[in-house]
Design a protein around this ligand. Structure first.
Ligand SMILES: Nc1ncnc2c1ncn2[C@@H]1O[C@H](COP(=O)(O)OP(=O)(O)OP(=O)(O)O)[C@@H](O)[C@H]1O
Ligand SMILES: [Mg+2]
Length: 258
């Protein structure tokens, strides 16, 4: 009996990639993350939605320690987040992040942008880093832009380079914080398609987005946040057709009917 439950725990532990337990975070008097419990399994795609100011970006930023937390625990692959130094740099590589603004190095070419972290953090040799960078740029559909500078690319192309740059580190999980909200409408789909493919390939993903079509088709789970709390989580079909909380109902009626 005991043996069976131990074995079960062991299996569960290896499947959980990102685990937040009772996480609290304040900005001064503002309690921006309130007792957040969230477990993301390997290969799972979780879409986080919620009103402006509900703490979605802060949640993402705590997971790769761009923000510290006041209490609680966060583990990636069973290990607590390192506080500083090389271990922290490796964590940032393990937890790829793509923001609304593309954050590419302006004075480096597209190719160099995708090579840099591989060489500096992963200690990959230059030839291998270049080979991998070119393959990834092809994969996200910007292989022909390799020698240009970021400013010479469209927003959608730059965002795909940012995704390739994160992927070049072989991340365990990818965080996306509104990756398409700064893009012109005609460029949104080319970025969402890359993300869809990544999801199909089995990448573990946490995605903050207002793109409900993406949530419906790519997410295994939708997490709805309001006022620093996770108010509701459900599979997309259930969440969109039958939200339980008034906050979620209100939010959905606003974003789906305009
Ligand atoms: N560095 C900071 N210092 C002080 N307050 C902050 C800081 N960053 C965020 N906040 C506040 O914390 C709250 C949550 O912010 P956060 O950016 O996580 O929300 P969000 O859900 O991502 O919102 P949005 O949909 O507008 O991006 C907001 O009230 C915000 O003003
Ligand atoms: Mg945000």
């Amino acid at each position: 009996m005991t043996e069976v439950s131990v074995a079960k725990d062991a299996v569960a532990a290896t499947d959980d990639l990102v685990v937040l337990k009772s996480v609290n975070k304040h900005f001064g008097a503002l309690h921006v993350l309130q007792d957040i419990d969230l477990t993301i399994a390997k290969g799972e795609v979780v879409v986080v939605i919620g009103p402006s100011g509900s703490g979605k970006s802060t949640l993402c930023r705590t997971i790769n320690r761009l923000e510290t937390i006041d209490s609680g625990d966060i583990t990636i692959d069973g290990k607590p987040l390192p506080a500083e130094g090389k271990a922290l740099a490796r964590l940032r590589a393990d937890v790829g992040m793509v923001f609304q603004s593309f954050n590419l190095f302006a004075h480096k070419t597209v190719l160099e942008n995708v090579m840099l972290g591989q060489i500096k953090v992963r200690k990959t040799d230059k030839a291998k880093a270049e080979e991998k960078a070119r393959a990834l740029l092809d994969r996200v559909g910007v292989g022909t832009q390799a020698d240009k500078y970021p400013a010479q690319l469209s927003g959608g192309q730059q965002q795909r380079v940012a995704i390739a740059r994160a992927l070049a580190m072989d991340p365990k999980v990818m965080l996306f914080d509104e990756p398409t909200s700064a893009l012109d409408p005609e460029m949104i789909n080319e970025v969402l398609e890359v993300m869809q493919q990544l999801a199909r390939d089995g990448m573990t993903m946490i995605v903050v987005t207002h793109e409900m079509g993406f949530a419906r088709s790519a997410a295994n789970r939708v997490v709805f946040m309001a006022d620093g709390r996770i108010v509701e989580e459900a599979v997309p079909d259930q969440f969109f057709s039958n939200p339980r909380s008034d906050r979620a109902k209100d939010f959905l009626s606003k974003i789906l009917h305009h």
